[in-house]
Write a protein that binds this ligand. Structure first.
Ligand SMILES: Nc1ncnc2c1ncn2[C@@H]1O[C@H](COP(=O)(O)OP(=O)(O)OP(=O)(O)O)[C@@H](O)[C@H]1O
Length: 764
């Protein structure tokens, strides 16, 4: 836009310029633009948009008008841009429309995608290998194709590239198309289409045309959307509608459901007038392989509704994701909750422990990855998400999602479960699950109808419409109040295909074909029959000619059973088909095998109705044996697992006891250690005390000894002193005596007493 602005502004000038001068300027500009435009194809240029826009302006408006536009409208006002998120339908419509644009053929930048089926396959703008076949070279391709009947030809479809702006001419307007991703981290694709226009009519026209083309393609198919972990719906698959007649249920059930759903879709006003939320829920419960998913598929086709599937056992499902998803379903659609019981198992598990955790993993993965042949399971995971188990779905979360304020109105809610006993009674509240239908194993009546459906009849021209109009379904009017159009009051209905119901119909089914028994293999409603009606029996190819001259190498003759083998059954006349169907049904025990199991058996005998009818007894015995064996093996496995579990438990208990014992011993040891430490401490203190007291004693002793010694010394000294005194006295006395009596001899005696002897005796 800046480029456009910079181009225009100097030439056009301000609003106050003269219009004549401006007109001249625009003439010059127009000439320049036209010159620039000619050598370039405008359909594939990017970055030249300002030029193409001006060219467009010049060619569609008078000059003063262009002046008015360029001077009055800010550049942003030129472009009207509409954004289409891949989460919304228009994205798919427009992508299909874009893929058909011839511009891609000349575009320098485009992306291709392949679709083996689904919308857009027959796009005029797609191509296959044949588009590159050199017409001058003789080709064998078409002959080869005959050898591969039913081969899916992969078509390549052009799409706009990411983050590139493409320019497309549409109804006199240049459109700028850009495919990008949202920047909010979700990675969601967004298609942006801009156009220069004064109103958004052209964009509306474009969307409507894209929708029309899309719907024209979708008329024979139903679209299937799967919930993703971000709470968004992703288109996953597009399937051929399944004819109602291909579903074999006991009389009245299909009709009841179909009438009820039709009736509901017509009753919006009735609900609004009574202030009742415009919602209706159907719970299909019962054994696996009994046709629950198939019936939903067929109803969706009949009512031209898309199916939105959530598997409640998915590892990522949570209360908030489910609420978000419920709020995002369109008003008219079928919302299918698979494995409804999973929510209840989880809820009770969360409340009561975690033992079911392992169980949960199985179905969760199935929910994400299984691509069942007929069920809605599985889905294309566009981004290959690696999901951790963050499932926090609770019962209250589920119930809120079903009828909370955010829940969409006008949708038909179907829920399936194989375990009715695990569901919470809260589900039966009106508006949640209004109609409950039980699916049982195949009755004899169903077996017969299945056989009739399976093998082609010579009376294949009877259409489903004719069949339905000529013979009302027995029991279709009984038991369901809301099926008779006028009264669309919501009601809780419990349907079960009781054996008595089916057995009465068996009696009549042979002579007068019951209505809901699909009339002999009729390709109902103009749709394709289940299996090709025209037998394409395998004929032996002419044997290779090499070696024909050499008799020694002639190949062995083709064996009889190979020659006679066929891959499709020849159409049977009604009487033969009836007899065989009856025989087949006679051989099938009542409600012992699922319809899916019977279908599997018939598939094995697809080309041999007689063998199928005659061999059913053996098959039943073999099946029973196999079931018995499987049951035994299962029991053995379970017993083994139980024993192992017990052992593990015992071991764990022993280990626990050992651990406790060890802990106890360690505690005791610790106590002893502490005691010992205390004792050692006491001993040490005692010893130290002893040492101290001994020291004191020794010191005392020493003191005493010293005192004693001192005393002795003092005593000795005293003694010495005493002796000295005595000696002195004696000397004095002697001297006195000498003086007194001149005795020289006495003086000598005194002198002879040794001083040392005196001292010693004093010490001792
Ligand atoms: N009543 C039926 N009429 C026609 N085909 C049936 C019927 N029941 C089962 N089948 C066939 O058996 C296969 C499995 O059927 P389907 O998936 O509808 O069973 P289901 O009850 O939904 O099983 P699950 O509970 O395991 O999902 C399909 O190929 C379907 O064509």
């Amino acid at each position: 836009m800046d480029a456009l602005k910079s181009l225009i502004q100097p030439l056009v000038g301000g609003a106050g310029g003269s219009s004549v001068v401006d007109g001249m300027k625009l003439v010059v500009l127009g000439g320049t633009v036209e010159t620039a435009r000619r050598p370039t194809s405008l359909t594939d240029i990017h970055g030249y948009l300002p030029i193409s826009l001006l060219a467009f302006l010049l060619s569609h408006f008078s000059l003063p008008r262009v002046h008015q536009l360029t001077s009055r409208i800010t550049p942003l006002a030129f472009f009207l841009t509409a954004h289409f998120s891949e989460e919304d339908y228009p994205y798919d419509w427009l992508m299909l429309w874009l893929s058909r644009r011839p511009e891609w053929q000349r575009s320098r930048e485009f992306e291709t995608t392949t679709r083996s089926s689904g919308i857009g396959t027959d796009s005029a703008n797609s191509f296959g290998e044949e588009d590159f076949d050199d017409a001058t070279v003789p080709t064998v391709a078409s002959d080869d194709d005959d050898d591969v009947p039913g081969k899916v030809t992969t078509r390549v479809v052009f799409q706009p590239t990411f983050d590139t702006t493409h320019t497309i001419y549409y109804r006199g307007h240049w459109l700028r198309v850009r495919r990008g991703r949202k920047t909010d981290g979700s990675g969601t694709e967004v298609l942006s289409i801009s156009v220069v226009a004064r109103s958004n009519t052209i964009l509306k026209q474009l969307v409507l045309q894209a929708k029309k083309e899309y719907e024209a393609e979708a008329i024979h198919r139903i679209q299937i959307y799967f919930a993703d972990s971000h709470g968004s719906w992703r288109w996953t698959d597009s399937r051929h509608k399944r004819p109602m007649g291909s579903i074999v249920l006991n009389p009245g059930v299909k009709e009841m459901l179909l009438n009820d759903t039709k009736d509901f879709l017509k009753s919006e006003k009735w609900y609004a007038d009574r202030g009742i939320p415009f919602r209706r829920g159907y719970l299909l419960h019962g054994v696996p392989g009994s046709g629950k998913s198939s019936l939903i598929h067929a109803i969706a086709g009949q009512l031209m509704l898309d199916i939105y599937v959530v598997s409640l056992s998915a590892s990522w499902i949570s209360d908030s994701t489910l609420t978000t998803l419920m709020g995002r379903v369109p008003a008219r659609c079928i919302l299918l909750l698979e494995d409804l019981d999973a929510a209840f198992v989880r809820s009770s598990t969360r409340e009561g422990g975690s033992e079911e955790k392992e169980k949960k993993e199985g179905p969760a993965e199935q929910g994400q990855n299984n691509h069942g042949s007929n069920g809605m399971r599985g889905g294309r995971n566009r981004r290959g998400e690696q999901l951790s188990d963050v499932n926090t779905l609770s019962l209250s979360g589920l119930l809120n999602a079903l009828d909370g304020v955010a829940a969409a109105e006008g949708r038909l809610l179907f829920a399936t479960t194989n375990h009715l006993d695990r569901l919470d009674p809260a589900l039966s509240r009106p508006g949640r699950m209004d109609v409950w239908v039980e699916f049982k194993n195949a009755s004899k009546w169903q077996a017969e109808a299945l056989f009739r459906n399976f093998f082609p009849s010579t009376e294949d021209d009877l259409t489903e419409a004719e069949a339905e109009s000529t013979s009302p379904a027995p029991g279709s009017s009984s038991g369901h109040g809301s099926s008779n159009g006028s009264d669309s009051r919501p009601s809780s209905t419990l349907w079960s295909m009781s054996p008595s119901f089916s057995s009465s119909s068996v009696a009549s089914s042979f002579s007068s074909t019951p209505l809901s028994s699909p009339t002999p293999s009729s390709p109902i409603g103009g749709t394709a029959p289940l299996f090709p009606t025209a037998p394409t029996s395998m004929t032996a190819n002419p044997l290779p000619q090499f070696g024909a001259s050499n008799q020694a190498y002639l190949p062995p003759p083709v064996e009889e059973h190979i020659l006679s083998s066929q891959h499709s059954a020849k159409p049977l006349d009604a009487v033969t088909l009836g007899i065989l169907a009856k025989k087949f049904a006679d051989g099938v025990p009542e409600e012992e095998f699922s319809v899916a199991a019977l279908q599997g058996y018939l598939l094995k005998n697809k080309s041999q109705p007689e063998a199928a009818a005659n061999g059913v007894g053996e098959w039943v015995i073999a099946e029973r044996d196999m079931r018995e064996r499987l049951k035994r093996e299962k029991e053995e496995r379970e017993e083994k697992e139980r024993v192992e579990r017990e052992k593990r438990k015992q071991k764990a208990a022993e280990k626990e006891a050992e651990k406790k014992e060890l802990e106890k011993k360690e505690q005791e040891l610790e106590k002893m250690r502490q005691l010992l430490a205390e004792k050692e401490k006491e001993e040490k203190e005692r010893k130290e005390k002893e040492k101290d007291s001994e020291k004191e004693k020794a010191e005392e002793q020493k003191v005493k000894e010293a005192e004693a010694a001192a005393a002795q010394e003092a005593a000795a000294k005293e003694e010495i002193k005493k002796r000295e005194q005595e000696i002195e006295e004696a000397r004095k006395k002697q001297q006195q005596e000498e003086q007194d009596s001149d005795s020289d001899s006495e003086d000598s005696e005194i002198e002879n007493i040794p001083v040392q002897a005196i001292t010693k005796s004093a010490w001792a």
